[in-house]
Write a protein that binds this ligand. Structure first.
Ligand code: ATP
Ligand code: MN
Length: 483
């Protein structure tokens, strides 16, 4: 027989009312030696188990029921007497499934008091047991599913691009090397350099920073593709928006131009956020309440104008504001903030790379909605982005979100072989190394476009969390890779 989850029982209680069933979970609370709040991770909610005194449960058994205990319960589903729940279970049988070390438990984060997020991050498995992280990771799971569903519905093929790569020319970020050498005895060539020809792959290899270049090769046959996998950047920036290992979603679409690409990004983001609103109601309500609580503790001027759910709904309702880089620079240069020297990095003018504070000014103060910036100066963007006709800008786009800054970076790609080669020469990208990439421009080259979405930045946005380390189960960051 299929095991029922607590979510099954609570959502389909009419089917099971007055039936006996078996359920499993962990104790969240045990009151008056009588009422157990049981949770199994299938939902934020607990189900109430009533310990029926007529069953004559032994004192020894009842003593072993504590916060955290794992239980198997058999009992009857009945209409609940108390407020706040529809049904409860009158237990006939209670079985303790495993150890729950009472003395050690007293020192853990399972004790019902407030713990800092930093403290919770130090706990490998108990972190998942908390309401907050249960909610975050159920949302993360649902959003990941929605991403696949969106692409599936739109006839994209899911491409698994490699994690170990020999292509180190992309320049998206600092790379982690991959080697099978004994690091105490690294072979060197006559010039005294590390001799990668003797290494496992007979070449220098790294962990991928992006699957884009490989996705472009697949796009050349499959038309619409996307990647969804881990990427790695050895960026030594200890920010709340960067991880050393994060999950990236990268669609790549044949025959799309920049505008199509922006349309895709907007439609995709809205679909996924709507999916979360429709399918993660309890978890989002919990996160919404937590968000509101957190805002209350801030000085009035720093408080968010909207609640979490309200913010998600507003993002879906409004069209993203599309602004060229040049317009954005004008807005920023003429802003009070810039004139009064309020930016930490004063803007030099056209050609400057925008810092997160500038992006957030545009989104949060100036426009008050998500903003898509496009047509960036070619000097500050990657070699593969398509050169616009005026010769100064490329068909790049960044999607900027309130509270987050850049959530998506993308572009129409340079499909003209001669232009691409010239660009690579100027930017000193090795053409020999990337022969396989250049090949895609030789045999039926097509206009195409794509982008990269950092999954964790999207989850930050949807959950209202502020540190990216709190939305990935096992954060990897400088000096931090414990479990
Ligand atoms: P940023 O300027 O914020 O460092 P980027 O320009 O390096 O971003 P891209 O190379 O365009 O970013 O990568 C695409 C997307 O991947 C970004 O829009 C962002 O959502 C996400 N991303 C990039 N670097 C990281 C990181 N270190 N940790 C988490 N997400 C990241
Ligand atoms: Mn970066």
């Amino acid at each position: 027989m299929k095991k029922s989850t607590i979510n099954d029982i609570l959502t389909e209680y009419k089917k099971v009312l007055h039936h006996d069933l078996t359920l499993y979970g962990w104790v969240k609370a045990f009151r008056s030696n009588r009422f157990i709040a049981l949770n199994d991770g299938s939902t934020l909610n607990t189900i109430q188990i009533v310990v029926n005194p007529e069953q004559g449960f032994s004192e020894d058994l009842l003593k072993m029921i504590n916060i955290g205990s794992s239980l198997k319960i058999t009992g009857e589903v009945v209409e609940s007497q108390g407020a706040g729940q529809t049904v409860e279970i009158i237990a006939n049988k209670i079985e303790i499934l495993g150890d729950n070390l009472y003395d050690e438990l007293q020192k853990t984060i399972l004790q019902p008091k407030k713990h800092s997020l930093e403290k919770l991050r130090e706990e490998a498995h108990l972190r998942f047991r908390t309401n907050l992280f249960g909610a975050i990771f159920r949302v993360r799971s649902a959003v990941s599913f929605a991403i696949h569903e969106y692409f599936r519905k739109n006839q994209f093929n899911y491409i698994h691009t490699p994690i170990i790569t020999g292509a180190d020319a992309e320049g998206a970020g600092e790379m982690f090397g991959v080697t099978a050498f004994d690091l105490n005895e690294v072979p060197r060539n006559e010039a005294g350099e590390v001799d990668f020809e003797q290494d496992f792959f007979a070449r220098k290899t790294s962990l991928t920073v992006s699957g884009q270049l490989e996705a472009e090769t697949a796009m050349m046959g499959l038309g619409r593709v996307y990647t969804f996998g881990p990427t790695f950047r050895a960026e030594n920036s200890n920010t709340t928006r960067h991880l050393a290992e994060f999950w990236m979603v990268e669609p790549e679409v044949a025959f799309n131009n920049l505008e199509d690409n922006i349309d895709l990004a907007e439609d995709f983001l809205k679909y996924v956020i709507q999916y979360a609103l429709d399918n993660c109601k309890d978890d989002l309500a919990f996160l919404d309440a937590r968000f509101a609580q957190e805002q209350k503790q801030k000085p009035e001027k720093d408080r968010a104008k909207e609640g979490l759910i309200e913010k998600l709904e507003n993002v879906i309702a409004k069209r993203f504001k599309r602004v060229s880089y040049s317009e954005a620079i004008d807005i920023l240069m003429n802003s009070k903030e810039n004139k009064k020297g309020k930016f930490k990095y004063p803007l030099e003018g056209w050609g400057a790379d925008l810092k997160s504070e500038h992006e957030r000014f545009l989104v949060e103060k100036h426009f008050g909605c998500p903003v898509v910036l496009f047509d960036y100066p070619k000097e500050i963007k990657a070699f593969y982005m398509r050169l616009n006709d005026e010769g100064k800008t490329v068909a790049a786009m960044d999607v900027l979100f309130p509270g987050i800054g850049e959530i998506i970076g993308g572009s129409q790609r340079e499909e003209r072989l001669a232009v691409l080669k010239e660009k690579m020469e100027l930017m000193e990208v090795d053409q020999k190394e990337l022969y396989w990439y250049l090949d895609t421009r030789k045999f039926g080259s097509v206009p195409h476009a794509g982008f990269g979405l950092g999954l964790e930045r999207l989850i930050l946005f949807v959950t209202g969390m502020t540190n990216i380390r709190d939305v990935i189960p096992f954060p990897r960051a400088p000096k931090s890779a414990e479990f």
